[in-house]
Design a protein around this ligand. Sequence first.
Ligand code: PSV
Ligand code: MN
Length: 387
Amino acid sequence: MSFSDIASLLDQQRIELPSWAFANSGTRFKVFAQAGVPRDAYEKVADAAEVHRVTGIAPTVALHIPWDTVDSYSDLRRFARECGVGLGTINSNTFQDSDYMLGSLAHRDERVRRKAIDHHLACIGIMGETGSRDLKIWLADGTNYPGQDDLRGRQDRLADSLAEIYGHLAANQRMVLEYKLFEPSFYHTDVPDWGTAYAQVAALGPKAVVCLDTGHHAIGTNIEFIVMQLLRLGKLGAFDFNSRFYADDDLMVGAADPFQLFRILVEVVRGGAFGAGSETTFMLDQCHNIEAKIPAQIRSVLNVQEMTAKALLLDRTALEAAQGAGDVLGANAVFMNAFYTDVRAPLADWREERGLPRDPMRAFAESGYADKIVAERVGGVQAGWDA
Ligand code: PSV
Ligand code: MN
């Protein structure tokens, strides 16, 4: 298998960018504001379009509601189109309202649960205007102390809430349920793992699928195994890509462990989830607290593309032959050969052939866009974690 065999496959790659990656973010200790950062959803979309302009494979932007609330979503859609991109997944947010201190869709209080359900119905309304297919739900719901609440009752209420939301989806829309081991809840989380997410979405029907955020597992978890299993079950709806060293670090994908990203993408290809017909959304979910935001998104897109090229280069015929013969070292050598293949020069050629810059990082640096937004975005309030 050579690069020319996979070049046209790489044309089919699509990576969705998170609007919030362009805004200020930080840890609970400090948000370091950067100059030129967007003040509203329009400016976030404009920044995302720059990433697509130099990479050619990031044509959609995911929104987070209410962070990206605008007066007219159809106008934002029009603006995105003018910038050369589209609007993608709508992410709900039930983690920054005081009412949700003890939970949202799993809350005991019917008033709070109703409010959380209604927020999701409003998000479905927005999806109609933005043309989005996916409603992505991540819940901070959980408890901090043993005995604080009834685990079973919470799971049952969660199922009821999700069923009501699911009932409002249009035929071409999906619910994507994201799991996370812990944080902000520390004793238990109501959707802590892929098994719980799978059980909840399987009960709902075919339009409900799971989102796998690569930062949401215990250290040492074999994430590619989960990818394989969810694809096997037809339920891997989306990725939230990022890197972690410790917990949910939200660092650039491929920065911490490129080999893990490669192994994940090998299972994506093996499971038939790569390419034009894929039902899996490949999104980044990252925060750039100390590094420049637009270049960090470009670097992340390139990291995914590089590991995808290596995964596509894997000689599956040789691998299967070695596996079938019980040749442990031979199979491993075939696998590692693909990972160690340097695809950077052929990818630069691939870009040039498509009218894209050979070096997207450099092209952005030389474009003057960073200076332009610093000069133009004066006044107003920068968008940030809780803006
Ligand atoms: C939660 O940690 C999460 O991964 C969810 O996807 C949220 O929507 C996102 O982060 C916010 O950055
Ligand atoms: Mn996520």
